[in-house]
Design a protein. Structure first.
Length: 202
């Protein structure tokens, strides 16, 4: 049995002087490819990135830089999970701090699982990645058992599976409920958004 994830032990990340600094898309994808051999995990991270970027633009009226911040946090949030599961988040945080990346992105990654990492989501970006991380994975699991995958999938069918504890049991319903309590949005809205914006991500 693997050791549990260790809490990060701090709540301040990066340097405020680095606000606006992001990896280029090529650099971010190179990091993803270098650190995450598992294609299924890569897909999950790309799906969360797509959903985060779309939400920032469509729901938060984000400018281009802000939308890229949301996208990059989504793309890299699980970058160290496969190779360093017991140090999850610590390793990618250290790497992004060394690369002088925007502290908002680093804090967002650090707070995407407060029960595990001990870092509370503060910004809207933090709170949305917490919600979308679990919901994205659950929606994808729901799609995989359907003959037509995402095509024709509706919110009702996903909601029904959420109420079945044995289905995708690794997805924490408690985390989903906690995340939803922080954003004051109905779960149906988020599920519909996830279906729409990750269905074509490959």
């Amino acid at each position: 049995m693997s050791e549990p994830i260790q809490p990060i032990g701090r709540s301040s990340f990066g340097d405020q002087a680095n606000r606006g600094n992001l990896l280029s898309q090529d650099e971010a994808l190179q990091l993803l490819n270098d650190w995450v051999p598992n294609e299924r995990l890569q897909l999950h991270m790309k799906q969360v990135a797509a959903v985060m970027k779309a939400w920032a633009i469509e729901k938060e009226n984000a400018d281009e830089l802000t939308a890229r911040k949301w996208e990059q946090a989504g793309l890299l949030h699980d970058a160290d999970w496969e190779k360093f599961p017991n140090e999850h988040c610590r390793v990618i945080i250290d790497e992004l701090e060394k690369r002088n990346i925007d502290p908002d992105v680093i804090h967002c990654i650090a707070s995407h699982g407060p029960r595990h990492f001990g870092v509370e989501p503060e910004s809207k970006m933090d709170k949305m990645i917490y919600a979308f991380d679990e919901l994205s994975g659950f929606v994808h699991a729901s799609a995989l058992i359907r003959p037509t995958r995402y095509e024709g999938m509706d919110v009702k069918s996903v909601m029904k599976k959420l109420k079945t504890p044995s289905f995708a049991a690794q997805v924490s319903r408690d985390d989903i409920n906690d995340a939803l309590s922080r954003i004051d949005r109905p779960i149906e809205e988020l599920i519909e958004f996830v279906i729409e914006h990750q269905k074509n991500v490959h």
